[in-house]
Design a protein around this ligand. Structure first.
Ligand SMILES: N[C@@H](CCC(=O)N[C@@H](CS)C(=O)NCC(=O)O)C(=O)O
Length: 208
């Protein structure tokens, strides 16, 4: 049995979506990051940087932190969404999400959504970078059905929840035809609809 330690954020949603996609039953242990639960010594033991998500695989008594490492672990365990022949491509798009797309859009959330008016430099910089990310993804998806090629993979699962926050971005997802097509295609998957609302709050995926 997998135990998922998480909060309802884009990084958290990556793993709930993956667990739904591979049809694994899992137990959700909520970590309230707004009240600082991530800094408790027992959580730091399994998450050295005090971040969600983390999983514990009780079948083999193993814990895994970092969303990319968790997605790879679950993909290898289930043998899904990480095809050997596409692995080099999947790794590149997955690493780009973990090392660039997530951190940059995360800063856009901080400056534009949570703290507007505090820093013009921060607001402008991350708005511009996020817009460029939309364009770069749109360009890629003009030539490829999914990020890593013809098949839906853990690279899409990692990236999609960040675009699902598009209402916070004020960029206009609709204007990006290929990105919107990819977004809607994934948004219609049953596992994604379920994984998106893993806190069972009745959340509905926002339309482009
Ligand atoms: N690189 C990490 C990033 C995880 C991350 O930033 N998690 C955020 C929530 S989305 C968090 O735990 N924030 C709590 C904090 O920074 O104190 C991953 O991909 O798993």
């Amino acid at each position: 049995m997998i135990e998922l330690f998480s909060a309802d954020t884009p990084n958290g949603k990556k793993i709930s979506i993956m667990l739904e996609e591979i049809s694994y039953e899992y137990k959700l242990t909520k970590i309230d990051i707004s009240s600082g639960e991530q800094f408790k010594p027992e959580f730091i033991k399994i998450s050295p940087f005090s971040k969600i998500p983390v999983i514990k695989d009780h079948d083999v008594n193993e814990t895994v932190f970092e969303s990319g490492a968790i997605l790879i672990y679950l993909a290898e365990k289930s043998k899904k969404f990480y095809d050997k022949e596409d692995r080099l491509k999947i790794n590149q798009w997955l690493m780009a999400q973990i090392g660039y797309i997530g951190p940059m859009i995360g800063q856009h959330h901080q400056f534009h959504h949570y703290n507007p008016g505090k820093s013009n430099f921060g607001e402008e910089r991350y708005f511009k970078i996020t817009k460029k990310i939309y364009q770069d993804l749109d360009d890629r998806l003009a030539n490829s059905k999914y990020l890593a090629g013809k098949k839906y993979s853990i690279a899409d699962i990692a990236t999609w929840p960040w675009i699902a926050r598009h209402e916070w971005h004020d960029i206009g997802l609709k204007k990006y035809k290929n990105l919107s097509r990819w977004y809607l295609d994934i948004a219609n998957r049953e596992a994604v609809i379920k994984g998106y609302d893993f806190f069972k709050k009745g959340l509905v995926i926002p339309k482009p």
